[in-house]
Design a protein. Structure first.
Ligand SMILES: Cc1cc2nc3c(=O)[nH]c(=O)nc-3n(C[C@H](O)[C@H](O)[C@H](O)COP(=O)(O)OP(=O)(O)OC[C@H]3O[C@@H](n4cnc5c(N)ncnc54)[C@H](O)[C@@H]3O)c2cc1C
Ligand SMILES: Cc1cc2nc3c(=O)[nH]c(=O)nc-3n(C[C@H](O)[C@H](O)[C@H](O)COP(=O)(O)O)c2cc1C
Ligand code: SF4
Ligand code: SF4
Ligand code: SF4
Lengths: 442, 433
């Protein structure tokens, strides 16, 4: 093998194929029947369950766990899917430690919550493995709805609309459906091409046409959609990436973390994905953690996340941070980049320590430099490419009722930027669209 | 989704899950919430005669036993019949029934053992539009001392007599609720049938003391330093109830009488088991008292899933399906030979099977130096103890020896069906020949 962890520069195949395969296997392997039974037995079937309140899609968690406990995982899956049609993906990618499991009463009692996420995966996997779709469509309504964006919000919206008997067309600019499920979330959370399998399974409801490779604003205009359809849903996600705004940002070797991750997700062979020897990631969210961890798993020798505020302010959960540390990623808190250094290509990054003052974050005079041949920017995504003339507030779409346009997911105001929130918003928009269309009809 | 609609002695309900007569069905507010949650029917908390209602204790009325994780396994109570005025109950029953016509509503009754008392109460409930009556011959505490409840239920002649009165003075379908505090459950069931009952329901609660306070030296629940026996119910009583249901379902005298199965029903599976043993529907009390009314949702989805898996489209296809397979010991096939088999892949090497067999059974499990466990086929009598004590479900299974194969324990080949009645060791079989 020619390359190793010590090879300088950005190169592929730093690790043997077998190690790469091992590194990218299922991060949290599925529960087997016995484990699921034991885990389910711990649930108290709480009244007005705190876990359920903490779930953005309000899955009836006590009920589905009880259904697992009584040996009916298919029924459990239906309970999940009736609230969250992407319950399979959410079981894999939800930061449960900040959502349902944080709220679980057994977290309070013993510091050990019921393993809701893994139980959800057990149930949804069981039903999906049968290849059957658990719902049937209502009678056709004759109404047509356009959904732009095939990410979790668009898919959830389309599914709920199709269920109600509407005819849905989804447009997405990417070659594959799935949004960040396909191009964003960590490889080891969604092994075995799960995102595509899930889309195919979801579409079995019928009544949904997916048109990929179509960009709103270029290939099709909002006005056309409004003319052709009875309603339009926008689930565009956040296509833009924030810039560092420091000198040297355009040096070769500086890259958006999301692009690196998308490349990794789409690579047929991980040994072809190039990664630096000294990787620096700037940011504090899931994107930063995922870029750093996966760089390490690809064989980078040194990977450092630099976040400008303290540990508790980091939007990636403590669990995610610990996961990064365990993988061998170093996290430096309270420092921000001031300069990217290098001759023609990246060589190092200079940081200044920060001070969190009442007037905001201030750079101190104390600086340090990290050697780097690859730098990932992960300081947030922004709304980009949204049609003109729509209401925008706080960098997100804020649509007025009466426009016959709805929005949900990362591009829309409200909620956190999570897969599960996108699903909830897409589903709820579909309900609102349905109410509006049927109200108008009768 | 399978159709769970049931027709029990002419009373229709959207599913076979009824709430048993008990605190969950004591008031309009509970019963409405129960119907909203999905319960197919309700047997109203037992009503007594007109006049001042009974009184309950004002200290604790429940005791319990728990399994791991404080899972409630058995509940014991010293509560009496309703302690609310008759008029209030009757008014509420009428209101609820008017709003919930598709759900079953049965009135449970317990009045003194004379014809006038029964005629009077039946007249009073006539215009509630309730679907039927259930005669509470079961309550084991408080009421029995007054010559009611299990005091009647333990004397078949009384059951027959009261049932006859009820059929004479009312056109309503009549269910007789049996007490398990009796040595042969078939006797009261036969009496109910003779009296003209449309159905029997069982079991009511079992006489019990759940625990003793070892500082105050009094049974729990303790009221001012004293305690009394209460009625036991919940998951722990299910095996007793299943047997009693099966006994009635398969007895020649009572076969075919509709049965409402009660006792420890907590999940869809419990319900399906009662139904397979002959119950046309089930009644539930403790599960609702432990988890709230919502627990019925799992019962509904689970039973429906099960029926779909089995290809049953109507609950009647399930009811009684296991009854022909309940037999007497003497008819069991003595040439059905199995051996325990341990799946090494599933075994977590706890050693429980080994020590159970070694110390208390047939010394048929070997512990090898690398701590793997192996069944000695030449010692294993297939008692099933290891299966029952193994913490891993399906880790130990029973494998049947095919016909003709030599059983290494006995050295004889497995033969055709043969039972005790013809066995050479049976003196009776020799005598018959
Ligand atoms: C690296 C990374 C890791 C993440 N990890 C997690 C995680 O572990 N758990 C979690 O809960 N969340 C995670 N998230 C967040 C989560 O992925 C998003 O919140 C979620 O995908 C948002 O869904 P969405 O439908 O709003 O948008 P997206 O998933 O972004 O989908 C939007 C879709 O719209 C399409 N589109 C955009 N503009 C146009 C246009 N003009 N014309 C046509 N199509 C267009 C895009 O191609 C895309 O397919 C992660 C995000 C990133 C970036
Ligand atoms: C607190 C309590 C009160 C009860 N009161 C009555 C009653 O008034 N009439 C009656 O027929 N059965 C009564 N029962 C018995 C139940 O209806 C039922 O037969 C018994 O609890 C077994 O069912 P389970 O195991 O589902 O609880 C009572 C049970 C409990 C726990
Ligand atoms: S909070 Fe925990 S114990 Fe309670 S219902 Fe939810 S998962 Fe079960
Ligand atoms: S359950 Fe309610 S009524 Fe009973 S003791 Fe507790 S608080 Fe009092
Ligand atoms: S009881 Fe079960 S798990 Fe334990 S040693 Fe025996 S076979 Fe293995």
């Amino acid at each position: 093998m020619s390359n190793s962890q010590l090879t300088p520069g950005i190169v592929p195949a730093r690790l043997p194929a077998s190690t790469l395969a091992e590194n990218f296997t299922d991060h949290e392997p599925p529960l087997d029947r016995h484990e699921a039974r034991v885990a389910a037995d711990r649930c108290y079937f709480c009244f007005d369950a705190p876990c359920m309140t903490a779930c953005p899609t309000s899955i009836d968690i006590p009920l589905f766990i009880r259904q697992i406990a009584t040996g009916t995982p298919d029924a459990a899956a239906r309970t999940i899917f009736s609230q969250n049609i992407l319950g399979g993906m959410c079981a894999r990618v939800c930061p449960t430690e900040q959502l349902c499991e944080e709220a679980c009463v057994r977290e309070a009692a013993e510091g050990k919550p019921v393993e809701i996420g893994r139980l959800q995966r057990f149930a949804t996997d069981t039903l999906m493995a049968k290849g059957v779709h658990p719902f049937t469509r209502a009678a056709p309504t004759g109404k047509k709805v356009a959904v732009v964006g095939a990410g979790p919000s668009g898919l959830a919206c389309a599914h709920r609309l199709a269920l109600k008997g509407h005819e849905v067309t989804i447009y997405d600019r990417r070659p594959k459906a799935g949004g960040l499920n396909e191009y964003g979330t960590a490889t080891y959370k969604t092994v075995d091409d799960f995102a595509q399998a899930e889309v195919a399974w979801l579409l079995k409801i019928g009544g949904i046409t997916v048109k990929t490779g179509v960009t709103l604003g270029r290939d099709v205009m909002l006005g056309d959609l409004q003319a052709q359809y009875d309603a339009v849903f926008l689930g565009l996600g956040l296509a833009g990436v924030n810039a560092l705004r420091v000198p040297g940002e355009d040096l070769a070797g500086v890259q958006n973390a999301v692009d690196f991750i998308a490349g990794l997700r789409q690579a047929a062979d991980r040994a072809t994905v190039a990664v630096g020897r000294d990787v620096v990631v700037i940011g504090g969210g899931m994107t930063a953690v995922d870029a750093a961890v996966q760089s390490k798993l690809l064989g980078a020798e040194n990977v450092t996340i630099v976040y400008r505020r303290g540990r508790e302010k980091m939007s990636a959960s403590a669990y995610e941070q610990d996961h990064a540390s365990q993988t061998g990623v170093r996290i430096i808190y309270g420092a921000a980049p001031v300069r990217v250094l290098g001759e023609g290509k990246l060589a190092a990054v200079e940081f200044a320590y920060t001070e969190d003052t009442p007037e905001g974050l201030k750079l101190s005079s104390e600086t340090f430099t990290l050697k780097a041949d690859q730098l990932f920017k992960a300081i947030g995504q922004t709304l980009a490419g949204a049609p003109e003339g729509l209401g925008i507030s706080g960098g997100k779409l804020a649509l007025q009722p009466g426009q016959r346009i709805w929005a949900g997911g990362d591009c829309a105001a409200g909620g956190e930027d999570l897969t599960v929130t996108a699903v909830a918003e897409g589903r709820d928009a579909a309900e609102a669209i349905h109410a509006s269309l049927m109200g108008a009809a009768g | 989704m399978a159709n769970l609609t049931t027709n029990f002695i002419g009373i229709k309900s959207p599913n076979p899950f009824w709430l048993a007569s008990a605190p969950p069905t004591d008031k309009e507010v509970n019963v409405r919430r129960a119907y909203e949650a999905g319960w197919g029917g309700v047997v109203w908390k037992t009503l007594g005669s007109e006049g001042p209602p009974v009184v309950n204790v004002n200290g604790p009325r429940y005791g319990a036993i728990w399994g791991a994780d404080r899972r409630l396994l058995g509940l014991n109570n010293i509560e009496l019949i309703t302690d609310r005025p008759l008029e209030v109950n009757l008014r509420e029953i009428k209101q609820v029934k008017r709003d919930w016509k598709d759900r079953a509503l049965i009135i449970s009754l317990m009045v003194p053992c004379d014809e006038d008392s029964w005629r009077d109460i039946l007249a009073r409930i006539e215009d509630t539009e309730a679907d039927g009556v259930e005669l509470n011959f079961g309550c084991p505490h408080g009421m029995a001392e007054r010559g009611m409840g299990s005091a009647v239920g333990q004397v078949p002649e009384y059951i027959e007599m009261v049932t006859r009165w009820v059929k004479k003075h009312s056109r309503m379908p009549c269910i007789v609720k049996l007490t398990p505090n009796i040595s042969d459950i078939r006797k009261p069931a036969e009496a109910a049938k003779r009296g003209g009952a449309d159905a029997v329901s069982l079991i009511n609660t079992i006489n019990s003391i759940t625990s003793v306070d070892l500082d105050d030296f009094a049974p729990e629940p303790t009221i001012d330093g004293k305690g009394t026996h209460g009625g036991y119910c919940g998951p722990a009583v299910k095996p007793i109830a299943l047997n009693m249901v099966a006994e009635i379902a398969r007895s020649r005298e009572t076969a075919g009488i509709p049965i409402s199965g009660i006792g420890g029903v907590t999940t869809w599976r419990d319900a399906a088991e009662f139904m397979a043993l002959g119950a046309g529907n089930v009644q539930v009390c403790t599960a609702a008292m432990t988890y709230g009314f919502k627990v019925v949702q799992e019962m509904i989805s689970g039973l429906s899933d099960y029926m779909d898996r089995k290809g049953f489209t109507d609950t009647s296809e399930l009811v009684g399906r296991a009854v022909p397979n309940v037999t007497d010991w003497q008819f069991l096939n003595l040439n059905y030979v199995t051996k325990a088999q341990i799946s090494e892949a599933d075994c977590i090497k706890c050693g429980r099977c080994y020590i159970a067999c070694e110390d208390t059974s047939h010394q048929a499990i070997e512990m090898l130096p690398d701590r793997t466990f192996k069944v000695k086929d030449d010692e294993c009598v297939a008692c099933n103890l290891c299966v029952n004590v193994c913490p891993v479900e399906n880790c130990i299974t029973m494998v049947q020896l095919p016909k003709g194969q030599v059983d290494p324990r006995t050295g004889t080949p497995v033969g055709d069906y043969a039972n005790w009645t013809t066995h050479p060791n049976n003196p009776a079989s020799q005598a018959a020949e």
